[in-house]
Design a protein around this ligand. Structure first.
Ligand code: FMN
Length: 209
């Protein structure tokens, strides 16, 4: 992950969130691997539930631009989320729904232009036996089809997450730690490959633009 700027987005911000804890593990691993990591607290954005009347009356809430700017600044994104009834959390979906409504203006591109071709990786955690795996299946489709993001094939669901962390916040299971590392490595490789392709230019001439 050397030289990669990674944006980490937990899908739950409640006190004691297991996914926030898993996100912290990923932040540490990515930082140790040479990445610059930014963390986004979606709850801080205080976005209302998407409503076309709010949008018609006052536009997209300005705080949604903070998500746009964070995505623009990042080489890659990591979302770490629980599932509610088999589905990604409203915190994630609502924030990205608002993002998708941002049109180009001033110094910034449209929300969907900022996400296009951006690598993204997925982690999930829950106390259950499947570790919120289903949330990632939906998010894979959501980010790829609606946001044109490139979702890395590697993903990891942390099952029995309430028993998975030690006192220091680390993962007790070495295999789980390696799986998180594997997802980060896949994100880093993809981000580097895309950067190299951009530098090579459309003809592969090596000319930078
Ligand atoms: C509305 C709701 C629905 C839930 N549905 C599921 C579910 O489908 N699968 C699952 O594994 N856990 C489910 N849970 C339990 C969550 O995985 C658990 O609360 C988890 O700790 C939430 O993640 P967090 O600790 O990061 O906040 C649900 C919890 C809530 C509040």
């Amino acid at each position: 992950m050397q030289g990669i700027r990674l944006l980490v987005i937990p899908g739950s911000q409640r006190n004691g969130s297991l996914n926030k804890r898993l996100a912290s593990v990923a932040v540490k691993l990515a930082t140790n691997a040479g990445a610059t990591v930014d963390e986004m607290d979606l709850r801080e954005l205080q976005l209302p539930v998407y409503d076309g009347d709010i949008e018609a009356a006052s536009g997209v809430p300005p705080s949604a631009l903070r998500l746009l700017e964070a995505i623009m600044a990042a080489d890659a994104v990591l979302v770490v989320t629980p599932e509610y009834n088999g589905f990604p959390t409203p915190l994630v979906v609502n924030a990205f729904d608002w993002l998708s409504r941002i049109t180009a203006g001033g110094a910034h591109p449209a929300g969907l232009a900022a996400t296009a071709n951006k690598p993204i990786g997925l982690l999930s955690a829950s106390p259950g036996p499947l570790g919120a795996l289903r949330s990632m299946n939906f998010l894979r489709q959501y980010f790829q089809m609606a946001f044109a993001m490139i979702v890395v094939p590697q993903q990891f669901a942390l099952s029995r997450a309430h028993e998975a962390f030690d006192e220091a916040g680390g993962l007790k299971d070495e295999k789980a730690l390696r799986a998180v590392d594997g997802v980060l490595a896949a994100i880093g490789s993809l981000a580097n490959a895309l950067r190299a392709a951009r530098l090579a230019g459309p003809t592969g001439s090596g000319v930078t633009r």
